[in-house]
Write a protein that binds this ligand. Structure first.
Ligand code: 8YV
Length: 314
C-alpha cells in the first residue's frame, strides 16, 4: 500500500524526518524556492502537514489542501499556524506541550542568573586579560530574596515559579485570570505587578491579547532597578521601547531568548552591556528536542490510525 502524502512546511530535525518517512511520503515545501508553484503542484488529497518554529502554516497553505485533516506543529507555541483558517476548514492542530517545561524553565533561570551576576561579561573580562590588568570584576546582584513577577503562569510558568522558589524568590503572577489553588499572588494588571517586582519574566503564548503586553507603561513601572526576562515570543515586548529604556537606564537589564524579527537582533541591542542575549535556545537540548519531535510524529500516527490525538490544541 502506498504511504499517505504529507506536506513538510518547516525543516524539522533529521530524527523527525526519518520517523515520518516510515509512514508518509514527504513533500518538502520547506525547501521549495517558489512556494506558490510548489503548492500548485503537490499531489491532490494531502491530509497531513508537519510544521514548526516560525515557519508559517498560513491560510494559503491550508486552503491549497482541500483534504487537509491535521497540522502537527513542533513547539508548544503554535502562533505560526493560522488556527482560525484551520478551524474554518475542520483541520485539527497539535503542538508539543509539557515535554519542554523543565528545559525552558532551566534556561529562564540560567538567563536570570547570568544577568544578575553578569556572568557573560565576567567571562569576557577574564578572557580579555582584564582580571590581571585591572583587578577584580565589579560587584553584582543576586536572585535570593528578590521578587519575581511572571506573565503567563501556564505549564512552563509554573515550573519556573518552582525553581525560583528554590532560589528563595517571592513569586507573583499576571495572566488572563486568577488561577485557583496557586500559592502565588495574582495581579490582574501587568503594570501594577511590574511596579512591585524586581524581575519581570514573560512566558505567555503570543496571542492578539498578549502581543505588546510589555509596553512603555509596564517597563516604566518596572523601573531603573528592574530586570526583564523574555522566554516566550519577541512580539510580547515592545522591542524599540525596551532598547530605549535599557540605553537610558530606565530599566536595569534584560535577558532575552526571543526577538521580534528572529533571527535578526537589532544592532542597538547587541551593543548594550546590560543584556544577555540567546538565539532562541529555550528548548534546544538533545533530550527535549527529541521528545518534542517524537510528539509531532505520535500525533500524526495517532490521526492516521484513527486514535485520539495525544496533544491537540484547545
Ligand atoms: C522552539 C518554542 O524553539 O516550543 C516553542 O514554542 O518556541 C521553542 O521550543 C521552537 O518551536 C523552534 O522550533
Amino acid at each position: 500500500m502506498s504511504k499517505p502524502d504529507l506536506l513538510l512546511v518547516a525543516g524539522l530535525t533529521p530524527r523527525v524526518v526519518e520517523q515520518l518517512e516510515k509512514d508518509f511520503t514527504l513533500h518538502r515545501y520547506c525547501d521549495a524556492e517558489d512556494k506558490s508553484a510548489f503548492l500548485k503542484d503537490v499531489p491532490a488529497g494531502i491530509r497531513f502537514v508537519a510544521t514548526g518554529g516560525s515557519a508559517g502554516c498560513t491560510r494559503e497553505i491550508i486552503e491549497a489542501l482541500p483534504d487537509l485533516e491535521i497540522i502537527s506543529s513542533f513547539g508548544v507555541g503554535y502562533d505560526a499556524v493560522d488556527v482560525d483558517a484551520a478551524k474554518e476548514h475542520d483541520v485539527r492542530v497539535t503542538n508539543t506541550p509539557d515535554v519542554l517545561n523543565d528545559c525552558v524553565a532551566e534556561v529562564a533561570m540560567a538567563l536570570m542568573l547570568a544577568l544578575a551576576h553578569r556572568l557573560p561579561e565576567a567571562d569576557r573580562y577574564l578572557r580579555d586579560g582584564r582580571w590581571e590588568s585591572e583587578g577584580s570584576f565589579p560587584l553584582t546582584a543576586e536572585l535570593t530574596g528578590r521578587k519575581l513577577g511572571i506573565i503567563g503562569l501556564g505549564r512552563i510558568g509554573k515550573t519556573i515559579a518552582r525553581l525560583a522558589q528554590a532560589f528563595q524568590m517571592q513569586v507573583v503572577y499576571h495572566g488572563r485570570s486568577e488561577q485557583p489553588h496557586q500559592p502565588y499572588t495574582y495581579y490582574s494588571d501587568p503594570k501594577t505587578m511590574a511596579r512591585d517586582v524586581d524581575w519581570l519574566l514573560v512566558i505567555a503564548p503570543s496571542t492578539p491579547e498578549t502581543q505588546g503586553i510589555v509596553n512603555r507603561d509596564v517597563l516604566e513601572a518596572l523601573g531603573p532597578e528592574g530586570r526583564l526576562v523574555n522566554v516566550a515570543r519577541g512580539d510580547l515586548v515592545d522591542e524599540e521601547v525596551l532598547i530605549e529604556m535599557l540605553s537610558s537606564g530606565g530599566i536595569a537589564g534584560a535577558a532575552l531568548d526571543v526577538f521580534a524579527q528572529e533571527p535578526h537582533v537589532p544592532e542597538a541591542l547587541r551593543k548594550l552591556d546590560n543584556v544577555v542575549l540567546l538565539p532562541h535556545v529555550g528548548s534546544a537540548t538533545h533530550k527535549t528536542r527529541a521528545a518534542m519531535g517524537d510528539l509531532v510524529v505520535r500525533n500524526l500516527r495517532a490521526h492516521l490510525k484513527g486514535d485520539p490525538l495525544p496533544t491537540p490544541v484547545a
